[in-house]
Design a protein around this ligand. Structure first.
Ligand SMILES: Nc1ncnc2c1ncn2[C@@H]1O[C@H](COP(=O)(O)OP(=O)(O)OP(=O)(O)O)[C@@H](O)[C@H]1O
Ligand SMILES: [Mg+2]
Length: 293
């Protein structure tokens, strides 16, 4: 259980007077693995692109990243090469036929997370050149509350937490929300119900979760939408062809467009202003989390 959390970037949260940043950073995460994060992140990224936005999808699941597989693209270079071989991000970012850009990770990036601030500093520096070239940066994170995942979450403007009706996914999602809200109560969190049998089921899950967040964390969450359990979704993942392109008029595609609309509604409350994603991760990395056993 977490007993105490200290944010190491308090001063920055209070940063004022800067113009509203152009780039919105959205993290898609979950407590439990295998709940549909990558599927949802990929399709949301394309939905934003279809609204005319310039989108970068970052595979922030540094252990088991598979965004490239979901999109049916091949990545020869990854985030790790930017650091190890001193490549420019432009040499690693893939311009996909889906008209979104992708920064791939892979198991090859494994040692990246073991390394020190130096690596994030390098990425932050290189990313400066890209800072304002995107309207949306979507982070497909790993599951759970490992510190490297938490740094990405705390560096985002909005977080989408994916749950399924499976009780373990709900308990684990609460654990993620609890950590995030303990560090930054104002960071907007959207709950996305996946693999539900009907939209009402997702609504009930949301209401229960929001009640707990209200009662125990003195905060609130937003409803991010629902994606039904749908064989077509599973098939499209297998085919490596995002369903929003394969079945643009289907229920699932409409659901994702609804999610994107919801995420665009609330005003961002994070105070990072003009910092890029790796500068943010670097800062939040120093957030101290103490655990009791
Ligand atoms: N709405 C849905 N209906 C049916 N199957 C789904 C749905 N959403 C996801 N799936 C299935 O669940 C599997 C896991 O999805 P996905 O890889 O997106 O999860 P993840 O949360 O990113 O997993 P990981 O934690 O391993 O990164 C996929 O293979 C897909 O077939
Ligand atoms: Mg995934």
């Amino acid at each position: 259980m977490i007993t105490k959390l200290r944010a190491g970037y308090d001063g920055d949260l209070k940063a004022k007077g800067k113009t509203l940043q152009k780039t919105q950073i959205i993290a898609i995460t979950s407590g439990k693995g295998g709940v549909g994060k990558t599927t949802i992140a990929v399709n949301m990224a394309i939905a934003w692109q279809q609204l005319g936005k310039k989108v970068l999808l970052i595979d922030a699941d540094l252990y088991l990243g598979n965004v490239d597989l979901n999109l049916g693209i091949r990545s020869e270079k990854t985030i790790a090469d930017v650091v190890k071989k001193d490549l420019e991000l432009s040499e690693v970012i893939i311009k996909t036929p889906m008209k979104i850009d992708v920064l791939p990770a892979s198991s090859a990036s494994l040692d990246l997370i073991e390394s020190e601030n130096e690596i994030l500093e390098k990425l932050a520096e290189k990313f400066k050149r890209f800072e304002n070239s995107y309207d949306y940066i979507i982070l497909d994170t790993g599951a759970g509350i490992a510190l490297n995942v938490l740094s990405f979450l705390l560096g985002s403007d909005k977080i989408g937490v994916v749950i399924t009706p499976d009780p373990a996914s709900i308990t684990d999602a609460y654990a993620v929300i609890k950590v995030v809200k303990s560090v930054n109560k104002n960071l907007p969190v959207y709950l996305i119900g996946n693999m539900v049998n009907h939209a009402d089921e997702s609504d009930v899950l949301f209401k229960k979760m929001n009640l707990m967040v209200h009662k125990f964390l003195d905060s609130q969450i937003y409803y991010g939408g629902a994606l039904l359990k749908d064989d077509m979704v599973a098939r499209s993942v297998k085919k490596q062809r995002p369903f929003i392109l394969e079945h643009p008029n289907g229920l699932a595609a409409n659901a994702v467009r609804g999610m994107v609309r919801r995420f665009m509604q609330a005003l961002t409350a994070n105070g990072f202003a003009s910092k890029n994603i790796f500068e943010r991760v670097l800062e939040t990395k120093n957030t101290q989390v103490e655990w009791s056993h």
